[in-house]
Write a protein that binds this ligand. Structure first.
Ligand code: AOF
Ligand code: ZN
Length: 324
């Protein structure tokens, strides 16, 4: 059996629901017999049926002979949730072979789903494309392991590193392709956060517009968060962590897209709490303007050379994407 091939299919299915399952993980499943996919399913949106249930929905017990179910995440086993647990359902189904990419980091599951399958004589292969699955669900892993939202910071700047003109104007440094990309990034997060200054100067609408996901009836617009220094005077790193942890705990917000101007960028970068930094760069020079002042490196030896992904848009804008 080509485990990687079928798990990859299941991961592709999972990823097709990006932006719709928040704050749940993206999960996909394929059922295989004689090296052919005979059924498939994925977790389509938050609150909907789980992937493995969808994959087995129209399959009769007799049809499960000699099949293998590929699932990207360990089947769930806990009860205090919206849908019935999948692991007992799999035991009932009569399936005998299950291949799983990763354990569910949800402490209520984490190993219990696999144990239930094994205790019921289901052969389990664990760890196929584990790294790829964890990348796909990086937000969910951060939430479960740190009880903290994933923080995705976005900035737009000129070639000379300026984020706005001297008078604060920043609309628009980058072009329309970058803006579509920003709307896609917004749509993957539970909330959009801006600083009080940006809110006052740009009065951004802070919603997702003009991209395909907006037409999906299961898409939910992100919440809006405005961080003003008056109402939230965050100073120490602990203040920042507490602020975000409270948002996670009280408002069930698992991912925050932060659209920062120079002040907020400077403040938040200095805390070293950002998970992903997306820098959109327009091929223009602003000259005198405002930039960010995070860090005051005294020695060139202190510079970190980050790994990054890069995208070039048709109009020449660049995206440098860093995961810390
Ligand atoms: C699975 N298959 O497709 C998904 C799983 O509130 P619920 O009922 O949707 O449950 C959410 C939890 O279930 C979530 O925190 C994660 O642990 C697991 N997600 N598990 O077996 C799936 N989406
Ligand atoms: Zn489940």
């Amino acid at each position: 059996m080509n485990h990687d091939f079928f798990m990859n299919k299941a991961l592709e299915l999972a990823a097709s629901a990006r932006g719709l399952t928040r704050t749940n993980p993206m999960v996909g499943a394929v059922l295989v017999r004689d090296e052919k996919i005979i059924s498939q399913g994925y977790h389509e949106f938050f609150g909907s049926a789980h992937a493995e249930l969808n994959a087995l929905a129209n399959i009769k017990k007799d049809d499960l002979e000699n099949t293998t179910l590929y699932i990207t995440l360990e089947p769930c086993s806990h009860l205090d949730k919206k849908t019935p647990p999948c692991a007992p359902m799999l035991v009932q189904s009569g399936i005998k072979n299950v291949v799983i990419a990763s354990l569910d980091p949800n402490p209520k599951v984490s190993g219990n789903g696999v144990k239930l399958l094994k205790d019921n004589q289901i052969a389990v292969t664990l760890g196929v494309l584990d790294k790829e699955q964890k990348k796909l669900n990086e937000v969910f892993y951060k939430n479960m392991l740190n009880q903290m939202p994933w923080l995705h910071l976005k900035v737009a700047q000129s070639l000379d590193g300026k984020m706005c003109l001297n008078n604060g104007t920043s609309q628009w440094i980058t072009g329309s392709h970058s803006r579509v990309s920003v709307h896609e990034m917004r749509s993957h997060c539970d909330a959009i956060l801006v600083g009080g200054n940006t809110y006052k100067i740009d009065s951004p609408s802070l919603n997702v517009r003009d991209i395909a996901i907006c037409h999906n009836p299961n898409f939910k617009q992100p919440e809006k968060l405005i961080l003003s220094r008056k109402t939230n005077p965050l100073e120490t790193k602990n203040d920042w962590i507490e602020y975000f942890k409270n948002i996670y705990k009280n408002e069930k917000i698992g991912s925050i897209f932060i659209e920062a101007g120079p002040q907020l960028y400077t403040k938040i970068m200095e805390q070293n709490i950002v998970d992903r930094l997306s820098i959109f760069i327009a091929p223009s020079l602003i000259g005198k303007g405002q930039d960010f002042q995070a860090y005051d490196r005294q020695d060139l030896k202190d510079l970190t050379r980050y790994n990054y992904q890069m995208e070039k848009f048709p109009d020449g804008d660049l995206l440098i994407d860093i995961r810390f």
